[in-house]
Design a protein around this ligand. Structure first.
Ligand SMILES: *Cc1c(COP(=O)(O)O)cnc(C)c1O
Length: 380
């Protein structure tokens, strides 16, 4: 069965009542008919609400089906899901190889919390590919990937890194929020744990936060164990919204690809713009890798202003009328922000000829969005 069909037919209501969608069941306490049954529930009965009742199970099943995974753990934010995967995957004290393009708050976790676990974060060039072998030692406890990278959109050679890691017995975690489990399946490429901020494209409506970790085999059992151990729980109302968003995910991604690519092409031809960081553009340095491994594009990308400093970049953002100024991406509404990747880079310093602006293209009319960008850029 193809991915688009699996998204529609997995995680549906199984109560035999004919309802297309599962009901939302809010619960902490679940009463048992006897003490024996309380401690050892039989059948599908749960003994407590922490693992989520419904439709959490349906959401887990649907996301596991999307990745053809054996299990899906759910965490209350994308950040929490990356951390859950890291805590699960870590082999023990030593070193963790972290891509220099990692999402900022993940980097902060690695810098502040990993040392307390006896793990030193070592940042690597996202474009390292198979040469990551040169960084692996007997102390390497984990490799974290993120592709395309946050803010700067480097595409990693995921199969090459996963193969080297596997040969060395090092577990791998990838943040594949941008490809949303639809445009690429990191588990098929040999990665052990695939993490997605469901907050972004699965949600699609900017109204909740959640993250998922999917895995196969022993890694699948391990992440469910860790989810339980840490008491990680998501609300059934949010699980319902995630499941609802999932049904239209491929459709929204198709539109995001077309719209973001059109805006990216127009920006590329704009005299104030020196570079557009969108992996689907032939000018992107990793375009060949992108075409090999990723079958579409999300609506989030960045561009660099030609010789225009950060302050003036912020002024461009502030002049936008249709684009909102805010964090996150993947929602129905377009967003823009000005950011400086350099504050978060150590392995490969970020060098740019001007301010970096990031866009998330929503579902508005493309010409309206372009007119807004043009007027904001015209004034710089
Ligand atoms: C937003 C984001 C996250 C974190 O998701 P939250 O739900 O906001 O915690 C993690 N990784 C990437 C790549 C993101 O863009």
């Amino acid at each position: 069965m193809k991915r688009t069909t699996r998204i529609i037919h997995s995680g549906r209501s199984d109560e035999g009542d004919g309802l297309v969608n599962p009901a939302i069941k809010r619960a902490s306490t679940v009463l048992a008919p006897s003490t024996a049954e309380l401690y050892h529930p039989t059948g599908t009965r749960r003994h407590y609400g922490r693992g989520g009742i419904a439709p959490n199970a349906e959401l887990r099943a649907a996301i596991a089906a999307l990745y053809e995974a054996d299990a899906c753990a759910l965490a209350p934010s994308g950040l929490a899901s990356v951390i859950l995967a890291i805590r699960t995957a870590l082999k023990g004290p030593g070193e963790a190889l972290i891509t220099d393009s990692a999402y900022g708050p993940v980097r902060r976790f690695c810098d502040e919390e990993l040392p307390r676990l006896g793990v030193t974060p070592v940042y690597y060039d996202p474009r390292i590919g198979a040469e990551i072998a040169s960084l692996i030692t007997s102390k390497t406890s984990l490799i974290l990937l993120e592709s395309p990278g946050s803010l700067t959109f480097e595409v990693q050679d995921v199969p090459a890194i996963a193969a080297v890691a596997k040969a060395a017995g090092v577990p791998t975690v990838i943040d594949d929020t941008w490809t949303a489990g639809v445009l690429m399946n990191p588990l098929d490429m040999g990665v052990d744990y695939a993490v997605q901020a469901l907050t972004k494209y699965v949600g699609g409506h900017s109204d909740f936060l959640m993250g998922s970790v999917t895995a196969r085999g022993g890694a699948a059992r391990a992440v469910l164990e860790r989810e339980k151990l840490y008491g990680v729980h998501v609300s059934p109302d949010d699980a319902f919204l995630a499941l609802r968003g999932l049904r239209t995910l491929p459709l929204r991604l198709e539109r995001a690809e077309a719209a973001s690519l059109e805006i990216a092409r127009r920006l590329e031809a704009h005299p104030r713009v020196s570079r557009v960081l969108h992996p689907a553009l032939p000018s992107h340095p990793d375009h060949t890798l992108y075409k090999r491994d990723i079958s579409g594009a999300a609506g989030c990308f960045a561009f660099v202003l030609d010789g225009i400093p950060a302050k003036a970049g912020e002024a461009v953002i502030d002049r936008l009328k249709l684009f909102g100024i805010g964090f996150s991406w993947g929602g129905y509404e377009s967003l823009a922000l000005s950011c400086d990747p350099q504050i978060k880079r150590t392995a490969v310093p970020w060098k740019a000829e001007g301010a970096l602006l990031r866009l998330s293209i929503g579902l508005e009319d493309i010409d309206d969005l372009w007119a807004d960008l043009e007027q904001a850029l015209a004034a710089c």
